[in-house]
Design a protein around this ligand. Structure first.
Ligand SMILES: [Zn+2]
Length: 405
């Protein structure tokens, strides 16, 4: 469906632009596929009144694995992380190509139903590209690289280059690279992927400091359950491992933007130490909780000026792919966290983290008209963000590039 070139206006009880304070009864003007104006109440007559609802920017889920959407219940999270990885590998091994494609479609449908208009999806073999490029959603498809032994790293790089050459960006779908994690890629592969991302101007995503076992593996004497796990897989190459999370930051530095996923056991940067506007930390709240980790350090990162955004992770570890539910989970546990910060974590900052911040992520004149309508509870609140986050009401409608889905 083509979007309407004649500008039209809409209002609701609250407008949350994400780049400025909420507007009670504000008016949003949309022309063609773009936002034309965001104005206070009564500044002009609204063609559409959504009533007791919020208009929010389209939601951003910065970390998914749609290809694992069939894994619900198959790999229950446990505090034995390598045991969980064994289950995921077993699940993947038993899935046919057709099943994986169906899983991706099911996961994507779930994301769309929860109001996501931008996804950062890590995909083995880049398998989610076709589904994502076809749908009314923006995406970065992060091609996953694996390889600790030299030959595997080499083969993985060659396959990634071949895939990138075959998948040129569309208006809504772009490629990225994801060297998987410090326990599954060599230092050399991380450096190669970061350099490839720099040369092709692609975002980079790496899982980092997800478990204490990962940190034991990277230490000077390479200890812990990952040693047997990697031996079992026939990829035990201690000389190829990075030495620390800091080394991962350094090796990834050429790529921009870059996303570090989880960071459950990362130490927040020292005060005064330069932070990069090109880096973001992706916190996956309910997945983090399901594995029983100690409290996540994201508040400390926020305090130090690091951009923190939210992701659901996959259905192998999370109950659903509802990014608003992640934010509500955080709100319930951190009632003093400003609603403005939390909203940005699932909208504007998520878009910036994925490299789409100039196009979407906030209700800003000139940006794409990507927004959601969320029914609000009947009650009054002094802080309007509480109507969004202290509620169980679900996103009702999604407008993508000026069209209601
Ligand atoms: Zn992940």
């Amino acid at each position: 469906m083509m979007s309407d070139p004649t500008p039209w206006t809409m209002t609701a009880r609250w407008i949350f632009p994400a780049d400025q304070p909420p507007l009670a009864g504000g008016v949003v003007t949309i022309g063609d596929d773009k936002i034309v104006a965001v104005e206070p109440a009564d500044s002009r007559k609204a063609d559409v009144d959504l009533g007791n609802a919020a208009i929010l920017p389209g939601l951003v889920n910065a970390h998914t694995h749609l290809d694992l959407s069939g894994a619900a219940g198959a790999c229950p999270p446990t505090n034995d992380f390598t045991q969980w990885l064994r289950q995921v590998i077993r699940f993947r091994g038993g899935r046919s190509l057709e099943e994986v494609e169906a899983d991706i479609r099911a996961g994507l449908a779930e994301c769309l139903s929860h109001g996501a208009t931008l996804l950062g999806d890590v995909a083995a073999s880049g398998s989610s590209w076709n589904a994502l490029a076809r749908e009314s959603i923006r995406a970065i498809v992060f091609y996953e690289l694996l390889g600790l032994p030299y030959e595997r790293a080499l083969a993985s790089t060659a396959a990634a280059i071949f895939w990138l050459d075959e998948h040129e960006a569309t208006p809504t779908c772009r490629a990225g690279l994801s060297p998987h994690a410090p326990y599954s890629v060599s230092a050399a592969l991380l450096a190669t992927a970061a350099d490839l991302a720099r040369r092709r101007k692609l975002p980079l995503a790496v899982h980092l400091a997800e478990s204490p076992d990962e940190l034991s593996l990277l230490g000077p004497d390479h200890r812990g359950p990952f040693v047997d796990f990697l031996k079992e897989l026939g990829v035990w190459e201690p000389g190829e491992l990075v030495a620390s999370p800091e080394m991962v930051f350094d090796l990834c530095a050429p790529a921009r933007p870059r996303l570090f996923v989880h960071g459950n056991y990362l130490t927040p940067p020292r005060r005064g130490r330069a932070r990069s506007r090109h880096s973001s930390l992706v916190y996956c709240p309910r997945t983090h909780a399901a594995f029983g980790h100690p409290p996540h350090p994201f508040r400390e990162f926020l305090k130090r000026g690091v951009r923190v955004v939210l992701g659901t992770d996959s259905l192998a570890s999370n109950p659903d792919l509802d990014i608003l539910a992640e934010a509500r989970f955080v709100a319930a546990r951190h009632p003093d966290l400003p609603g403005e910060t939390l909203l940005r974590m699932i909208t504007l900052d998520g878009a910036i983290a994925l490299g789409w911040g100039d196009v979407t992520g906030s209700l800003t004149p000139g940006k794409s008209a990507d927004l959601v309508a969320l029914p609000l509870p009947e009650r009054e609140e002094e802080d309007p963000y509480r109507l969004v986050f202290d509620s169980e009401l679900a996103v009702q409608r999604v407008c993508f590039r000026g069209n209601w889905n």
